[in-house]
Design a protein around this ligand. Structure first.
Ligand code: ZN
Length: 153
């Protein structure tokens, strides 16, 4: 049996269930409930916020997986923005059927949704929410550092 990992949300250790709950909620709120099933896994390396992967099965069905970093001091807002960022990738891939959307998947299809959600809901989704970030001290003011790097770009 593997170790049970948690994520730090608003200063509290929270189980993986929260990701499935938020996924369902945001699917209804922001994507008309059109997204199918998704599985979650932890990104342990500490170098990335979130990651979307998909696999096309032999029967043509697409299986989606989203990885979320454990090494971040998440707040409701940052967790939402990164999770919804990954959900946009999933929407573009599985609902709109675009398996290639510009560099790292942040082309015009992605940006269309990013602008829509930022404008309508005051989110702060960025192209670089899921870019590789070098993290030297995972336990020490990590989020602040990441934001400085993000806004520097
Ligand atoms: Zn992305």
């Amino acid at each position: 049996m593997g170790k049970k990992y948690t994520l730090l949300l608003n200063g509290k250790e929270t189980g993986r269930e929260i990701l499935y709950e938020l996924f369902d909620k945001y699917n209804k709120m922001y994507f008309n409930g059109e997204l199918g099933k998704c599985r979650f896994y932890w990104l342990i390396s500490g170098s990335t916020y979130g990651k979307y992967n998909f696999e096309t099965k032999k029967n043509g069905k697409i299986e989606s997986r989203i990885g979320m970093s454990r090494n971040v001091r998440w707040t409701d807002e940052t967790l939402r923005d990164v999770l919804v960022h990954e959900m946009i990738h999933m929407y573009v891939t599985t609902v709109e059927g675009k398996h290639f959307d510009g560099l790292l998947g942040h082309g015009r299809h992605f940006r269309k949704h990013m602008k829509r959600l930022n404008k309508t809901y005051g989110m702060n989704i960025m192209v670089y929410n899921d870019l590789e970030l070098i993290v030297d001290k995972p336990k020490d003011g990590l989020l602040g550092k990441i934001f400085i790097r993000l806004f520097d770009r």
